[in-house]
Design a protein around this ligand. Structure first.
Ligand code: SAM
Length: 261
């Protein structure tokens, strides 16, 4: 595998059964618009085109995009970087949904995911294949090592479920990591009311940036606040300042934000 292909995460799915199972996660119908991220050689694209009303595919590798355009006629294949493409422009067809499906390039999966979550108002559901560890972090409940800012900031806006695991042997060439597909269903509004979403993001990031410290120390250090002020804010929110970030639910984070804003 050459360096460019590795940098673009070009591990192509070879298992037709798994391709179908990924598409089944969001079960497109003729009423739906699907955006596929990184169609590559088209492992998912044909199945999506067969089932959805309209398919737009974003591929950064111009040679692969041209090749696919010549093979699949009824898909709009766009030369685009999925990290920066404007998903906010999408709108659902009458009576249909906007779905995002993709076997993501793992090296840029997080910025793509952040971009999708930012554009959540334009999206209904997503089925995304990710490195298994990242998929587990997205879906993690509070209380364990996999629960972190990625879990909280995604679950604030989406229901997240691990839909299926995919072994390296399903791809050519096989990646060195295991993969999993997550199903994200965008909520109609944030899971908890937060007056200031930016502040929520900043506080969650600061809490997990030093996750082995107590919440009071991690927040004081990360936000540049006096430890006493943070401790009082946490106590007013009914949260023991000695707890660690990984034990807090999203609702508790919202309480913390309300007291520290
Ligand atoms: N969907 C195909 C499959 O399952 O076989 C290919 C998946 S492969 C893991 C990732 C694909 O994303 C490659 O085709 C790669 O060229 C493309 N890609 C990499 N970075 C991208 C980016 N920033 N924007 C859009 N596509 C990208």
């Amino acid at each position: 595998m050459n360096g460019r292909r590795r940098a673009l995460g070009q591990h192509f799915l070879r298992d037709v059964g798994i391709a179908r199972a990924i598409v089944d996660v969001v079960a497109p119908t003729k009423s739906d618009l699907v955006v596929e991220i990184g169609p590559g050689q088209g492992a998912l694209t044909g199945e999506l085109a067969r089932r959805a009303g309209r398919v737009i595919a974003l591929e950064v590798d111009r040679a692969l995009a041209a090749d696919l355009r010549a093979r699949i006629r009824d898909v709009e294949i766009i030369d685009a970087d999925a990290r920066t493409w404007d998903y906010g422009l999408l709108s659902a067809p009458p009576g249909g949904r906007v779905l995002v499906v993709g076997n993501l390039p793992y090296s840029v999966a997080k910025p793509i995911l952040m971009s999708l979550v930012s554009a959540r108002r334009a999206i209904d559901e997503m089925a995304l294949m990710l490195q298994r560890e990242v998929a587990e972090r997205l879906a993690a409940p509070p209380g364990g090592k996999t629960y972190g800012s990625l879990s909280v900031l995604t679950q604030l806006y989406c229901d997240v479920r691990l839909a299926l695991r995919v072994p390296p042997g399903a791809f050519r060439p096989p990646p060195q990591v295991e993969s999993a597909v997550v199903h994200l269903r965008v909520l109609s509004g944030p899971r908890v009311q937060v007056a200031d979403e930016r502040r929520f993001h900043a506080i969650v990031r600061a809490a997990f940036a030093q996750r082995r410290k107590t919440l009071a120390n991690a927040l004081a250090g990360g936000l540049g606040l006096a430890t006493d002020r943070v401790r009082h804010g946490l106590e007013a929110a009914g949260i023991d300042p000695g707890r660690r970030a990984e034990t807090l639910t999203i609702h508790e984070f919202a309480e913390v934000v309300a007291r520290l804003s």
